[in-house]
Ligand binder design. Structure first.
Ligand SMILES: [Zn+2]
Length: 205
């Protein structure tokens, strides 16, 4: 666990510097054990650039904290849905500028398609730029059990998706390992910025 905690602390600093988790936004989890399911996770309300290893929580498969020093994030239920549905080893949630803008603008379409870019090959299992990645967009919701239910349906309906956007809010992505999840954040944030910059040229000034 010390290694996993330190890994999350470094990720917080790195993602904060890149502008993906400003303020206390975003949250990260890494699966510590599968039986019983236990996640090492960032707590509610923590600044990701200034995390300490002792801030991190262990939560069980129901989202309950195993140590009570800090409160789990309200979004813990979303992490658990993804871990279960995708057999993920890590789940990363970011609030970048481009994911916020594009998730709002494409909300009515239910998702955002990205196709034709070499960078798509950084997504697990994708071997050609001809791939079309569909990123589903869910309406944002403060009712976490309800949002977790909608996320479960969305993950089931889009078995090939590598990420999900919450409208006007941010992105969830994941990987079998923490490194794979980090790579997905980097690739997807890059692609969202590419799409956003291109689309924005035709938006009214
Ligand atoms: Zn969030």
């Amino acid at each position: 666990v010390p290694g996993l905690r330190q890994h999350l602390v470094s990720l917080g600093q790195e993602f904060y510097r890149r502008g993906w988790v400003m303020g206390t936004s975003g949250n990260f989890s890494i699966v510590q054990s599968n039986r019983p399911l236990t996640l090492v996770m960032t707590p509610s309300g923590a600044h990701k650039g200034r995390l300490k290893a002792s801030d991190l929580l262990l939560v069980d498969g129901q989202g309950r904290p195993k140590n009570r020093a800090r409160k789990p994030s309200a979004e813990t239920l979303l992490h658990l849905e993804i871990v279960r549905d995708r057999s993920a080893g890590a789940v990363l949630h970011t609030h970048s500028v481009w994911s916020t803008i594009l998730s709002e603008r494409h909300r009515d379409a239910g998702g955002l398609a990205i196709a034709g870019y070499e960078m798509l090959k950084g997504l697990e299992g994708v071997t050609t730029h001809e791939h079309r990645e569909w990123i589903p967009i869910l309406a944002n919701d403060q009712d976490m059990p309800r949002l977790a239910g909608r996320l479960r349906e969305t993950l089931a309906a889009h078995a090939a998706a590598h990420a999900v956007l919450l409208s006007g809010h941010g992105m969830y992505t994941w990987g079998r390992t923490a490194d794979e999840a980090v790579r997905h954040v980097e690739i997807l944030e890059f692609l969202l910025e590419v799409i956003g910059r291109q689309e924005s040229r035709s938006w009214p000034q």
